[in-house]
Design a protein around this ligand. Structure first.
Ligand code: DQA
Length: 146
């Protein structure tokens, strides 16, 4: 099975962006972790990052046809994008939302995520490990479905 891993705006700056919040690992490091985890689980991943809301939405549409599951860190769009939520609501594959930081510990405008209304599961506050755990969870869910 193929899993899409989509990262939203500013996550290309990982490593240098507010390292006290997001850590010092880079997007490259994160993508390597996801690829290695997926390989160990025997699943394929298509990992992408975009700063553009419309591009993320188009990739969610693409996932409808191609992916067995979706992991998404919508970053700032989590808190603003009804359109991204709607795109995910139109999916009938399992979806896990991931945030590196614990959004509930932070400013109140980060406490609400539109995307959470469309996600099957949400992981936050565990840094890069959140993506690894999301891949393990999706792999379990897809095995159960077989
Ligand atoms: C984030 C949390 C969001 O509030 C923020 O806008 C991000 C990253 C996280 O991974 O912790 O860009 O999604």
């Amino acid at each position: 099975p193929l899993i899409f891993v989509l990262n939203g705006p500013n996550l290309n700056l990982l490593g240098t962006r507010e390292p006290e919040v997001y850590g010092t690992g880079t997007l490259d490091d994160l993508e390597t972790l996801c690829a290695e985890t997926a390989e160990g689980l025997g699943i394929a991943v298509d990992i992408r990052q975009s700063n553009l809301e419309g591009e993320l939405i188009s990739w969610v549409h693409e996932a409808r046809a191609r992916a067995a599951g979706l992991i998404i860190n919508p970053a700032g769009y989590s808190h603003t994008s009804v359109a991204l939520m709607d795109a995910i609501l139109a999916l009938d594959i399992p979806v896990i939302e991931v945030h590196l930081s614990n959004i509930h510990k932070r400013e109140s405008f980060r406490h609400h995520s539109y995307v959470s209304r469309a996600a099957d599961g949400v992981i936050c506050g565990l840094g890069f490990a959140g993506y690894r755990l999301a891949l393990i969870a999706l792999s379990d869910i897809l095995e159960e479905d077989q």
